[in-house]
Ligand binder design. Structure first.
Ligand code: G3P
Length: 218
């Protein structure tokens, strides 16, 4: 199971990298907007993120264009920026066409803002390398985000679709462990969710006791 961090913050990426379990980074326009950089430095910022990554790791960087012609131009520009960049494209009719075009040119894409089975099928049919269903945002509106993940996995397996399921909008460790049970390719989550996976109160209590017993005797 691959672990991505959902951020554009270099320090957070370095912290996750230091754990030794990171497989890549995903960003979006909201996340990049949180960083203290001017617009003209965004491309350099993507390069700085890529420079932190190793072989087999990638960065999903999202386009902001909304029509087909601009989408493919922006996608090509992003892909030329660094070999580790996967072009993240929103689910919409022009987005599907852009994914198809870029995939045919062997440019990896990540179809984002996916909230339904139908959208996931279209992402796969268009040849997207990743599909990003948003688990947490579905939960937010009282839908079942994990149920969507399960359904996409069944359908992709049924038809041997090659698109990799990258569950996004992950809010807590249970989202990650349930995704692992479903057997999807990857999850992307904020650093605090990855950190929370480490924690268990019995681990802390157990460690305190081990150290106390040792110090009492020696
Ligand atoms: O990067 C897309 C997705 O992970 C966003 O998550 O928490 O803003 O719903 P969130």
């Amino acid at each position: 199971m691959k672990f991505f961090i959902d951020t554009a913050n270099l320090e957070e990426i370095k912290k996750a990298k230091a754990l030794g379990i990171l497989d890549g980074v995903t960003t979006n326009p909201s996340l990049i907007s949180k960083e203290s950089i001017d617009k003209e430095w965004i491309m350099d910022h993507y390069i700085s993120i890529c420079d932190l990554l190793e072989d087999e790791e990638d960065l999903s960087a999202e386009i902001i264009s909304t029509n087909y012609v601009d989408m493919i131009q922006e996608g090509e520009k992003l892909s030329l920026l660094h070999p580790k960049i996967v072009v993240k494209i929103p689910m919409c009719e022009d987005g599907i066409k852009a994914i198809k075009f870029l995939s045919k040119k062997n440019i990896k894409t990540n179809c984002t803002l996916v909230f339904s089975i139908g959208q996931a099928i279209l992402a796969a049919k268009s040849g997207s390398y990743y599909v990003s269903p948003f688990v947490g945002r579905l939960d937010d509106i009282s839908h079942n985000g994990l149920s969507l993940i399960k359904d996409i996995k069944i359908i992709y397996d049924n038809y041997h679709f090659k698109t990799n399921i990258l569950a996004a909008s992950i809010r807590h460790p249970l989202h990650i462990t349930e995704c692992a049970k479903i057997g999807i390719h990857a999850v992307t989550s904020p650093l605090n969710v990855i950190s929370n996976l480490v924690q268990h109160p019995l681990t802390n209590i157990g460690l305190d006791k081990f150290l106390k017993d040792y110090k009492n005797k020696f």
